[in-house]
Design a protein around this ligand. Sequence first.
Ligand code: GTQ
Ligand code: FE2
Length: 372
Amino acid sequence: MTLDHVGTDADLAELYRDLAAVDLSPLWTITEQLLTPTPKPRAVPWLWSAATMKPLARRAIQLVPVERGGERRVLSLQNPGLGGSPYAAGTLWGALQCLGPREVAPAHRHSPGAIRFVLEGDGVFTTVDGDACDMHPGDLVLTPSMNWHDHVNSGDGEMFWFDGLDLPMVQALDSIFFEPYPGPGESQPEPAEHNVSERLYAGGTRYTDRAVADVLSPQHSKLMIYRWADTVAELDRLTAASDDAVVSVEYTDPESGASVMPTMACAAYRVRAGSHSLPVRRTGNSVHVVFSGHGSSVIDGRRFDWGPGDMFVVPSWAASEHFVDTAHFIDDRPEHAEVFVVSDAPVLRALGLYREETLVAPQPITDIFSPR
Ligand code: GTQ
Ligand code: FE2
């Protein structure tokens, strides 16, 4: 037997008013926004160019000192889809950080974890719970959740690096903690020996072919620094072993084989000169940082052209493909492109939400992005 639903429009309007008045929401009016057939991230595919960011960072070096209060000279990537939140994507913070000659960013610790990927300059070391990690271009440095960290520029030049943090995830989980360093100085004492974690752990296997990296661990890697020369050697090995358009390695914990942090995975990929990958979509967000070379990515039909120091976001389930032409040369050979990427993939995997799909044909390009 079925009910006869009777009542006037006025009765219905009154029901909705009465529901709202007691903080109840009728699912039948919102279900299509909530249960979308596929992920609909608010963050949009976007790119920030080095040409735009670097002069602004240099002006900030001149105008804004780094000291207690602000603590960091950081320009965060603010995705225009997120309504003013200073996040690169719904789950990830991405930023350009810079230090001028002899500057020190004071020590603190917090529950969000961070990774640093060095773009330019030398002379900075980041001290991570007492271990001073020297930073050079292309290196990856970890500052995991609740580890004390400060950045010291012991040199006479400016230095620029990319910061990736799980801050929006930790925020969404209402688990943010922050403490300034209680010590007598602004920074942790500089130890006599630098790069201790490297001496202890860099002997183990630190890279996994990204296609097969799926080990999970609730612990972060104890190795705090991964050198660019080692990353390139892995990319070279994979490049020699296949003729895929894109080869990629994930940086892994030498003890467990898992991602470098429980919340974030870091990888590096090389797009071969003169090649074009098939579009892939994955659940979870990622921020890409171009280290070398020039190329393009098509993300949900929009073409993004990029070069060294540019940063771009691929939101969850957006189709993305990469290509590099043969117009740029290095040592008389067409130049490949190398890109660093941080993602929230370990969280999706841990929760059974990870999906990945390769599309069968390149996407039609409907629009070319022009950076501001
Ligand atoms: O270097 O400690 O981009 O605490 C955001 C928050 C960097 C840092 C960021 C931070 C840091
Ligand atoms: Fe920090």
